[in-house]
Unconditional design. Structure first.
Length: 169
């Protein structure tokens, strides 16, 4: 655990570093400003300045944090092409298992844009999707649309339409 003494050494062992632009379903797009150690909690936190709403977010460095670096234009297009090129529909025992599988795929600090897009596409293709799956899909689509809008410098509505169109081709 980071104890607040050697910030450079801490970041050498992490995939994130100060000034990285990151995305999270919780706060949208943000910039890592550094880390803070709160003695009262005996815990260290990434400090992230949200671009969308100008808030300071603190995410524990020792948790399964749901942040990842923002994609580039090239990597975004490759992810969309990769998902579009394959059928992502799978069979599940029941809706509960299906939801659990979706959640497992997206709730990891190792989640990738491709994984998120695959889950969105799979939910979109379901003929019997329920309210929980619709909500999950809408939240994922909103996060990915924010990221797309940021990367491609367009409006979120335009980004959402583009993503939906490319996933359903």
């Amino acid at each position: 655990m980071f104890d607040g003494t050697n910030t450079e050494e801490f970041f050498l062992n992490r995939s994130f570093k100060p000034d990285d632009i990151v995305v999270s379903p919780k706060f949208g797009i943000g910039v890592i400003k550094g880390i803070e150690f709160l003695e009262s909690m005996n815990r260290s936190f990434f400090t992230i300045s949200s671009i969308d709403n100008k808030l300071k977010n603190m995410i524990p460095t020792d948790s399964e944090i749901l942040i990842r670096k923002v994609s580039t234009k090239n990597s975004f297009n490759k992810s969309l092409d990769k998902i579009n090129a394959k059928d992502v529909t799978k069979e599940y025992e029941c809706r509960k298992d299906r939801i659990a599988a979706f959640q497992e795929k997206i709730r990891s600090n190792k989640v990738t844009l491709t994984t998120i897009l695959a889950v969105i596409k799979e939910i979109q293709q379901l003929k019997d999707k329920g309210a929980v799956e619709r909500q999950m899909m809408n939240e994922l689509l909103a996060t990915v649309s924010r990221e797309y809008a940021f990367v491609f410098e367009c409006e979120e509505d335009e980004a959402k339409k583009t993503i939906k169109k490319r996933l359903l081709q």
